[in-house]
Write a protein that binds this ligand. Sequence first.
Ligand SMILES: NC(=O)C1=CN([C@@H]2O[C@H](COP(=O)(O)OP(=O)(O)OC[C@H]3O[C@@H](n4cnc5c(N)ncnc54)[C@H](OP(=O)(O)O)[C@@H]3O)[C@@H](O)[C@H]2O)C=CC1
Ligand SMILES: CC(C)(CO)C(=O)C(=O)O
Length: 306
Amino acid sequence: MRILIVGAGSTGGFFGAKLASAGRDVTFLVRPQRLSQLEQHGLCVKSPAGDIEIQPQLITSAQIPGPFDIVLLAVKAYALDSALRDMEAAVGPDTVILPLLNGMRHMDVIAKKFGADRLLGCVCKVATSLDEHGHIVQQGTFNDIAYGELDGSDSARIALVHTFMREAGFDATTSKTILRDMWEKWTLLAAMGTINCLMRGSIGDVASVKGGHAFAMRAIDEVVSIVRAVGQEPSEPFLTQAYRLLTLEGSPQTSSMYRDLMAGRGIEADQIIGDLLERANAKGLEAPILALVYTNLLVYQAQSGK
Ligand SMILES: NC(=O)C1=CN([C@@H]2O[C@H](COP(=O)(O)OP(=O)(O)OC[C@H]3O[C@@H](n4cnc5c(N)ncnc54)[C@H](OP(=O)(O)O)[C@@H]3O)[C@@H](O)[C@H]2O)C=CC1
Ligand SMILES: CC(C)(CO)C(=O)C(=O)O
């Protein structure tokens, strides 16, 4: 089986480097700037679990040789439309597309472009960023990826994807509740992004100051009540863990959107916050904290031009 990873950034590069190190057939679809960076310096992952350095197989859009078995889509939401155009030649009748993107909006966009039958649900949990040399830097050691058919069924192709992904140096699981998993991940991320970006600090920074815990609780409550109304009911174990994680004193946890904001990079304000706010507004739900953080992020985007 062959996988094409679209985007050799912090998530695509991370999982791709692990898969390639485990001997899988991995090709990265990249754009010219990343191509020359990776050709010169290789693909490096700096991790507390051990560094990895590989010489990746790289192609640009014009060099796609034909359909791949799996396409792992690992671009930011604002780069989605152009990435879908660039990867067209890699998608054939039997290709399965696994998107690593956060949120839910991309699912409709991909299904519209390539058909829902080519799309699997997918969630990844890893904390990675690119440093100034283009190296992937992992915070913490968690590195989970889960995937499943959108209708929760068992299928031959899920079994094949799992055979390819498992035992490659990260935690790979199949899920029969992948849509709920994606909504839960979005819940976690929207709440975490709100706490980090509005308060400009890690979960622990916010939890340790007067009023910080109460603010975090209000932000989580708001996101959870919206998700209950517009998405899928989160499970009790997820909620227990989310409230604990997002109010934990001493926790250095930050969301990737916050890390991007602090580094002056582009952010996924629309995909992670705006889309949820829009869904809440469409149902006539109050969402004062989401509205506040969304405006805050739009100001950052307007000021930075990102
Ligand atoms: N980082 C994290 O900790 C986590 C991120 N996520 C989600 O994963 C998704 C990807 O994020 P992340 O990996 O961090 O993003 P990065 O910005 O680190 O990487 C995205 C990569 O996509 C490349 N790219 C963009 N457009 C194209 C294209 N048309 N063809 C080829 N390559 C392209 C960019 O390359 P170029 O240099 O050419 O711009 C860049 O290297 C996001 O939705 C994010 O929310 C999910 C879990 C954790
Ligand atoms: C799991 C988590 C919160 C880790 O950073 C993430 O997915 C993200 O930040 O995008």
